[in-house]
Design a protein around this ligand. Structure first.
Ligand code: AMP
Length: 241
């Protein structure tokens, strides 16, 4: 996926004129948060902080946090707030977050949102900018198709979908030639659990940020570049106010 020339030009302008600050990408599993985060990273040169990716890293490396997270993640349940908050605190302490960052998959509970709000209230400079929250919307059946069709390259991270964005050769990454893998939690049964957790615990977070302003809902059921353009325009507008 690539941005159009106009969007790249707009992006360069945005880099010069917009300090992005903290951006939250909210939305149900499979809505495209990871894909969109990668587009914003290219545009603003700020890091994507995906709590799902960080937890998968811990899982793969067998750390104590990974050991706790494994069973919960495989069942589609959330990892306890304190563990996730500490992991995010550690990541936000790195210097590459100074101009801003994209939080992908965090906060997912009101407790996490409260923790983040308190933390940001105590920060200086760009990090004291209020968050801009972007909620991506896609309907349930479409999400199910995206989740069960999703395949990832374990080498370069490219995301495919066997229904909508298939690799040229079945099961093989176009870029790396590596065998594609499916996430353990991208099955229909686990998806249903993840959606239950989303409705019960994360939808209130969306309402929390909606009520604070600096919030935009974006239709995620469109081509990647159209969704990106919508997010970029919204962030620029919200940062200008
Ligand atoms: P994701 O890659 O964002 O879909 O996350 C995969 C799984 O990691 C989730 O189903 C949860 O088990 C766990 N996880 C990711 N982010 C969080 C979070 N902010 N709080 C609790 N658990 C999380």
């Amino acid at each position: 996926m690539t941005l159009s020339v106009t969007e790249i030009e707009n992006g360069r302008e945005a880099v010069q004129t917009t300090v992005p600050g903290p951006i939250l990408l909210l939305g149900a599993p499979g809505v495209g948060k990871g894909t969109q985060a990668k587009e914003l990273v290219k545009l603003w040169a700020i890091p994507q902080i995906s709590t799902g990716d960080l937890l998968r890293f811990h899982k793969a490396n067998g750390t104590p946090l990974g050991a706790v997270a494994k069973g919960l993640m495989d069942r589609g349940e959330l990892v306890p707030d304190d563990l996730v908050n500490d992991m995010v605190a550690d990541r936000l302490g790195k210097p590459d977050t100074a101009r801003g960052y994209i939080l992908d998959g965090f906060p997912r509970t009101l407790n996490q949102a409260g923790w983040l709000d308190t933390r940001l209230a105590g920060k200086a400079q760009e990090q004291s900018l209020p968050v801009v929250a972007v909620s991506l919307k896609v309907d349930y059946n479409q999400l199910l198709r995206r989740i069960t069709g999703r395949r990832n390259c374990p080498v370069c991270g490219t995301i495919y979908n066997i229904y909508a964005k298939a690799p040229k050769v079945e099961g093989i990454c176009d870029v790396e030639g590596a065998a594609l893998v499916q996430r353990a939690d991208d099955t229909e049964a686990v998806f249903a659990e993840r959606m239950k957790a989303y409705s019960a615990l994360t939808e209130p977070v969306v309402e929390h940020y909606r009520s604070q302003g600096r919030f935009v809902e974006v239709d995620g059921d469109r081509p990647i570049e159209a969704v990106s353009a919508g997010i970029i325009a919204a962030v620029k507008r919200l940062r200008a106010t």
